[in-house]
Design a binder for this molecule. Sequence first.
Ligand SMILES: [Zn+2]
Ligand SMILES: [Zn+2]
Length: 348
Amino acid sequence: MKALQWHGAYKVEVADDIPAPTVTAPGDAVVRVVRSAICGTDLHPYRGEIDSFTPGTVTGHEFTGVVEEVGPDVRHLRPGDRVVASDVIACGTCWNCRRGWHYQCDRVGLFGYDTVVGTTAVAGGHAEYVRVPFADVVLSPIPEDVSDERALLIGDVLSTGYACATGGGVKPGDTVAVVGCGPVGLLAMKAAGILGAATVLAVDPLPARRALAEEHGAVGLAPGPDLVERVRELTGGRGADVVLEAVGTDASLLSALEIVRPRGTVSAAGAHASTAMPMPTGLAFGKELTLRFVVGDPISVREPLMNLVRTGRLDPTFVISHRMPLAEAAEGFRLFDAGLASKVVLIP
Ligand SMILES: [Zn+2]
Ligand SMILES: [Zn+2]
């Protein structure tokens, strides 16, 4: 089959001769991919930031498709079902899964991400076919009247943006600042609106991203030395009630801690990996802040999100800038890495 493989920093290539996956465990399904997407998380291996990443890895953790084959233990799916996959692979039965904490699953994994999450590598969705472990848990049916493209982002960035907003405890009337207006930030902003945020401030260095946020009702702000002052001016001198951080760097987290009001909450959904965070504890203590980190959990939130998508209250496709054949995936990575694409969807 055709699939994209990672071979090193800035080296990804589509090959035609990769063996198609088969059912190898009783709970597996094999899915024929209909749509997949490139995520910001994919840029870490792309940029060579993960030393342990194994050459030959088929990347991609957001995908929809059609079930081709199921193992004998799969009860809720049959061949022909249209499905969206959760990026997070979880068993559904361990202590953490039973509490709905799928990212903490004893057997957690992430499609197409080698062993960076969990201990077992599972080939990803930038391919024509994917083997899906724990298929009853990981896959969810797509209603007939919802297109693959509208369902696709429930598998990661929409669930992550939603988790960021709910994790921040956004309440009706709140002023919410979003730091980072990539797809997760933009969708966190939409989720904040659904939770009742009165004002959304959208912080991003790229004018095109600020413009997109403004089209959707936010006030765009550029980061910089005057950001704290600008946010104060817009919030009666207090700061934002809730800050949704969707970048994942020390600088963005620091910025979030600076612009949140005293007794406010910072909800961080950026993929943080720093070991040197210079945590401004004096600032956090003085403001009596709540800081929490969230990882999107599609398995837990896909049902309410699918309802929002299906009824048209939420259309996540506005974050998609490019649609291209899987064969051109390397170009998709190049555009996304260069900031020339906000979200790339691949079509096998
Ligand atoms: Zn992702
Ligand atoms: Zn589990």
